[in-house]
Design a protein around this ligand. Structure first.
Ligand SMILES: *Cc1c(COP(=O)(O)O)cnc(C)c1O
Length: 398
């Protein structure tokens, strides 16, 4: 596909979020583009030139649909990128990238702390099913990355800040080490979002975003994106993973995420501010054992995050309380403003405990192994969130 146009390139991110990919409906003059749920599109009279695995011609909705394409324009613009592919979920995007780039005998380096599906794909599936050599590394330790890299490494995948511990990895340093050894770099940017961090500007080759989180931001549609300037590889991903594996996004979800993304910069600004305020409060609260939030000066990754994250530190706070698994569950269940549910980046604040019996608990730094909670800050008044946390702490005697 051709490079995506960004007619608003010289404007700020909020203007781009409102205007890129938006347009008049040519048939009616409506100021919103319509939702096209059609599966098929009228074929040209001469079929001899039609390539049924192509994504250039609108032909069948798995090969691409207009709502997907308009959202792709916007996501590429948010990352100052030449191209974006929008797929059914963040995990579909991660899988599409790995599936297209890797083959048997390749070596991939992936983070010790990462989104669960990355762990499953590399710890259990790509290695055992396809003979890919998968090496787990603590990416927050640059010396460990240097030690793990070899000339034959195909891909270094990182996640920063990481889910669920909020560890910060130096994108520029990893890119330098990887490129010196002929490896590509992909960055899962879901926690930071493009409002705060644009990994392509530090030399990364691919970015993955779960659109389900901050970019849609309303907890009502699932989607994922791969963002890159490598146009040829992006077309291979479309062909190999979208058309032939079927990970395309539904037009309805693309339409919904398109609408949610309009207010994304505004929401993210608010979320950055509230999260810093809540993290600062938590750090001073008795019976809180640690607070991992890159915006706090006390955090190990703070100076790096200050350099790498331009507008703020995101909306997820990882913290610990002096309580066992059962008490932590009660704390979460006793919240009234905050919702006890998985996911993050919604309009409502979300809380999710990471119990000490979690199968990956020993991969996390020591202090995260007891009373660990992941908290996603929403759009409510920060004072109301703080008061709610305080009453829930008290309800279990903290
Ligand atoms: C949620 C999440 C994903 C997966 O996104 P889905 O849309 O749920 O498939 C990937 N990476 C990170 C860091 C996430 O938080």
């Amino acid at each position: 596909m051709a490079k995506k146009q960004n007619l608003y390139k010289e404007y700020g991110i909020a203007t781009q979020a409102v205007h890129t990919g938006t347009g008049y409906d040519e048939e009616t003059g409506a100021v919103r583009r319509p939702l096209h749920m059609a599966n098929s599109y009228k074929l040209p009279d001469d079929l001899s030139k039609v390539n049924y695995s192509s994504t250039d011609l609108l032909m069948y909705s798995r090969n691409g649909n207009p709502n997907q394409h308009w959202l792709e324009e916007k996501i590429a613009a948010l990352h100052d990128a030449d191209d974006a592919i929008v797929l059914a979920s963040g995990v579909a995007a991660l899988h599409a990238l790995f599936w297209t780039l890797l083959k048997s005998g390749d070596r991939v380096i992936y983070p010790k702390v990462s989104y669960m599906a990355v762990y499953r794909l590399f710890h259990e599936l790509f290695n055992k099913k396809f003979g890919v050599e998968t090496v787990m590394v603590d990416m927050t330790d640059i010396d460990a990355v240097k030690k793990a890299i070899t000339k034959g490494t195909r891909l270094v995948h990182i996640e920063t800040p990481d889910n669920p511990t909020n560890g910060v990895t130096d994108i520029e340093e990893v890119v330098k080490i990887a490129h010196e050894n002929g490896a590509l770099v992909s960055v899962d940017n879901t926690f930071a979002s493009p409002y705060n961090q644009k990994p392509l500007s530090y030399g990364a080759d691919f970015v993955v975003e779960s659109l389900t989180k901050f970019i849609n931001g309303h907890g009502d549609a699932q989607g994922g994106a791969i963002i890159s300037n490598a146009l040829e590889t992006m077309d291979r991903i479309r062909y190999e993973a979208q058309v032939n594996v079927g990970s395309v996004i539904s037009p309805f979800n693309a339409w919904q995420i398109f609408r949610g993304s309009v207010s994304f910069p505004l929401r993210m600004k608010r979320i950055n501010d509230s999260a810093l305020q809540i993290a600062t409060w938590l750090e001073q609260r008795e019976n809180v054992t640690f607070v991992s939030y890159p915006g706090l000066e006390s955090n190990k990754g703070h100076n790096l995050a200050k350099r790498q994250m331009k507008n703020g530190f995101g909306g997820v706070i990882s913290f610990g309380v002096r309580a066992d698994d059962k008490a932590v569950e009660r704390l979460c269940a006793n919240l009234k403003v905050v919702t006890f549910a998985v996911s993050l980046g919604h309009d409502e604040s979300l809380i999710f405990p990471q119990p000490s019996y979690d199968e990956r608990i020993n991969l996390y730094p020591e202090k995260f192994r007891n009373g660990f909670i992941r908290f996603s800050v929403g759009l409510e008044e920060p004072e109301d969130i703080i008061a709610d946390l305080d009453q829930a702490f008290r309800s279990i005697g903290l």
